[in-house]
Ligand binder design. Structure first.
Ligand code: AMP
Length: 399
């Protein structure tokens, strides 16, 4: 069932409690080093301002562990948001109680207030009902736009909904659901899923959920070595977690039974050091008895794999990508990830980058504006791809 959207709300003069994800990176002096998350919330905030709502914003920042920590104050975010909006953003020193109530009470139509870090209270992550009620005090509408924390049932992401009359998703949340859920219900085919990164166990749910839907699943990154080990190939010192091997074996069997092409890299780039100065070799393809020697580790997909993966992507109509093909942070091992990023960008497919390190990679290669959608969530996007319902979405009103 679709959820109520911010577009459906009558907003003029109403007090709106908005959960945003302003969990931005800060340097040692408390300066914001990347304001992507603040920018991502602007469409929702601007819409509320233009509609004449009294806007109360809430967010977490870092992991203060239920204690007030000056270095994790959201005050710098209020300043930055004000610059981006081109108008003042008030700040309340607390997210509940007298300070929050007084600041919210002063809001005129179109005014914006940011509350202090909700995780200064341990009741936030415990989803304490009394705390949720205190935060919702005076709010007539709840808008959840914090996609990155929507997979957590916390007081400000889910609990508040029980204490507010009308609950809807913001524009960012709506877009994430459109691409990571609706668009994939009946994807244009061929539908290709690319998975990489490190741990099979983090992505097993996604592989399981998409086995029924995808035409081809491409597996790169360190993850591939659990599969190769399961097949009995030598993987040398490549990263593989013992508990992932039987999981990988089971997935290979499931893919075969479902008739889904689960394509592993045909070859690898092996290296004798985790650095740009490493000696490297492109091993011969696994199908020809190739493998990685002891003392060496596979840090990127090989030349044949790059060719095969790019050919699959060239024909794709829908692509979902989560996880790099190799250690792209080191130039010597970035070729596979770069080639896949370029193939996704050039494919003409609906291309959905599912959060985390593949987002960093696509930005690093300057291809962010050549893909259809880049998710702002890590864990939340994986859970959506797994087909799970996110608590921060479930709590909202149906459309
Ligand atoms: P994840 O958080 O599971 O998406 O993993 C992302 C990380 O996996 C990145 O930091 C990559 O450097 C790393 N990675 C990718 N391929 C390999 C590999 N072959 N060996 C070790 N680490 C890798």
């Amino acid at each position: 069932m679709a959820k109520k959207s911010i577009r459906d709300l009558d907003l003029k003069g109403r007090r709106v409690f908005v959960r945003c994800d302003f969990n931005v990176p800060l340097d040692a002096d408390g300066n914001i080093t990347d304001d992507t998350r603040i920018t991502a919330a602007l469409p929702t905030v601007r819409h509320l301002v233009d509609a004449g709502a009294r806007v109360v914003l809430a967010s977490h920042l870092g992991r203060p562990g239920g204690e007030r920590k000056a270095e994790l104050s959201l005050r710098p975010v209020a300043a930055r948001l004000g610059e981006l909006l081109g108008g003042p953003v008030a700040f309340a020193d607390d997210c509940v109680g007298d300070a929050a109530a007084a600041a919210a009470g002063e809001l005129g139509e179109g005014d914006v207030l940011l509350l202090e870090n909700v995780r200064f209270y341990k009741e936030e992550t415990a989803n304490d009902p009394a705390f949720a009620k205190a935060m919702a005090e005076g709010a007539e509408v709840f808008v959840n736009d914090a996609f990155g924390t929507a997979h957590r049932a916390h007081a400000s992401t889910a609990g508040v909904a029980a204490h507010v009359g009308e609950c809807a998703m913001g524009f960012l949340m709506e877009r994430e659901l459109k691409y990571l859920k609706e668009e994939l219900e009946s994807p244009a085919r061929p539908f290709v899923v690319i998975l990489g990164g490190k741990k099979v166990s983090d992505k097993i749910g996604v592989i399981n959920a998409l086995l029924d839907k995808a035409d081809t699943i491409l597996i790169g990154g360190a993850m591939q070595y659990a599969f190769r080990k399961a097949q009995g190939h030598a993987i040398g010192d490549s990263y593989a977690v013992d508990e992932d091997i039987p999981v990988a074996e089971e997935l290979l069997g499931k893919a075969e039974a479902a008739g889904v092409r689960l394509l592993l890299p045909a070859d690898s780039l092996e290296a004798d050091d985790f650095s740009d100065d490493a000696n490297t070799n492109n091993i011969s393809p696994y199908a020809e008895g190739g493998g990685i020697r002891d003392g060496w580790e596979g840090l990127d997909i090989g030349e044949k794999a790059i060719g095969e993966f790019c050919a699959v992507l060239a024909d794709a109509a829908t692509v979902v990508w989560n996880g790099p093909m190799g250690v792209f942070e080191i130039d010597a091992f970035a070729k596979g990830t770069r080639a896949v990023a370029e193939a996704v960008a050039d494919s003409g497919a609906v291309s959905i980058i599912g959060g985390g390190d593949s987002v960093t990679a696509i930005k690093k290669f300057g291809l962010a504006d050549k893909v259809t959608f880049i998710s702002t969530g890590g864990g939340a996007s994986l859970e959506l791809l797994e087909g799970k319902e996110l608590p921060g979405v479930a709590a909202l009103d149906d459309a």
